[in-house]
Design a protein around this ligand. Structure first.
Ligand SMILES: Nc1nc2c(ncn2[C@@H]2O[C@H](COP(=O)(O)OP(=O)(O)OP(=O)(O)O)[C@@H](O)[C@H]2O)c(=O)[nH]1
Ligand SMILES: [Mg+2]
Length: 358
């Protein structure tokens, strides 16, 4: 899927940068252009992608220090310039725009909803957000910022792929080392998804194309992505269980949202050498995914690679229940206001009524 990538804020910019590196190293070419937008000058200079400094008149290149209302105002004021910079990078081949951001800060958290809203007004291609959820160890401010931002973004974006900063952490790592690890993991998953969506003519029995990615995400709301790979056996027959194991671990331990997750739709992409991918294994895996996620629509296909492993890339769309998202909103609500007695509203997907949108 040909994509234009826009990183907003420090984490957003770093992620966009890592994704471009992954895409270029593998020679996929799915990311057509990338731009990092921030109100903090030093955070932009370390990036290899194009950059745009905004809000200089207000914050003089120092960032907004977690004030996401200021982040929203700065983006609003910079829209004409930002819009033009993005517009110059969107060709007729672009199939989606992805905004990446850390939801817990100020510039990205406040600026991303404002930018997404404008881009939705202008373009017909889907606008997706790759949003990083703060770790449970982060401050109350980060939780409230993220709660307000996520609530607003899910109403605007075509889908919001949530990455939990508590996923893929190795024990004993510092937060910064942990971030780098997470950035690499996200870059790999998103990079593979975009590349898989390009299809490869005639090589595999069933290749994925971008419409399958778009249709999986069409359910809107929150989405998550998982990946895992296991060594492949030589024969297809022996790989029934290999495919199953890769799929199970992609969902159960490789997903970008920790905890149990059910969803409206899912996509299963199997990577590896085409002659080793067991069709029977793929069928079984899709049925397993259906049961496990409660999804009635599991799409899928192969992504042929030269790798000796068989990998499974799983996307779940329209997340209906998630242990992590529920706990997150609970914490953000508590941090935003003293808890009051509220009637539970079964219509609301996630309890977030204490939070004001951005
Ligand atoms: N995965 C990951 N998360 C990060 C990284 N850096 C920061 N974060 C997360 O992103 C959130 C937002 O931080 P920043 O991106 O630094 O904030 P910002 O958008 O630049 O906003 P201000 O600094 O307030 O202007 C933090 O609360 C962390 O949860 C990173 O490199 N990787
Ligand atoms: Mg910053």
């Amino acid at each position: 899927m040909k994509t234009v990538l826009v990183g907003v804020g420090q984490a957003g910019g770093k992620l966009a940068d890592r994704l471009v590196t992954f895409d270029r190293q593998r020679g996929y070419g799915s990311v057509q252009h990338a731009l990092a937008i921030n109100s903090a000058k030093p955070d932009l200079t370390s990036l290899a992608i194009d950059t745009a400094l905004i809000g200089q008149a207000r914050v003089k290149g120092h960032g907004v220090g977690g004030d996401n209302e200021l982040g929203a105002e700065i983006m609003e004021a910079a829209l004409p310039e930002v819009q033009q910079k993005i517009g110059n990078r969107i060709t007729t081949q672009a199939e989606s725009i992805i905004l990446s951001t850390g939801l817990g800060g100020g510039t990205g958290s406040g600026g991303t909803p404002v930018l997404a809203r404008r881009l939705k007004e202008i373009y017909d291609i889907p606008v997706y957000v790759l949003g990083i959820l703060p770790s449970t160890e982060e401050s109350n401010l980060a939780q409230v910022n993220a709660g307000r931002s996520l609530k607003t973004i899910t109403d605007i974006a075509d889908a919001t792929l949530v990455i939990d900063n508590d996923a893929w952490k190795s024990t004993g790592e510092s937060l910064t080392e942990g971030y780098e690890q997470i950035n690499r993991e996200i870059a790999k998953r998103i990079g593979l998804l975009l590349a898989a969506g390009e299809g490869t003519d005639g090589v595999a029995e069933s290749v994925v194309d971008s419409s399958e990615v778009i249709n999986t995400l069409r359910t809107g709301g929150i989405a998550a992505i998982g990946y895992n790979q296991v060594p492949a056996a030589d024969s297809t027959e022996e790989n029934i269980n290999t495919v199953m194991t890769a799929t199970r671990s992609a969902l159960l331990s490789g997903l970008s949202l920790t905890g149990e997750t059910t969803a409206e739709s899912a996509l299963l992409v199997i990577t590896g050498k085409p002659d080793r991918i067991s069709r029977k294994g793929v069928e079984k895996s899709r049925r397993w995914l259906e049961d496990e996620t409660g999804s009635m629509q599991v799409r899928g296909g192969d992504f042929p690679t030269e790798n000796d492993h068989i990998g499974a890339l799983v996307v779940v769309g329209g997340v209906q229940s998630s242990d992590r998202i529920e706990a997150f909103f609970e914490r953000a609500n508590e941090a935003a206001a003293a808890p009051t007695e509220t009637e539970s509203d079964s219509e609301k997907m996630f309890q977030n009524d204490q939070l004001e949108g951005i």
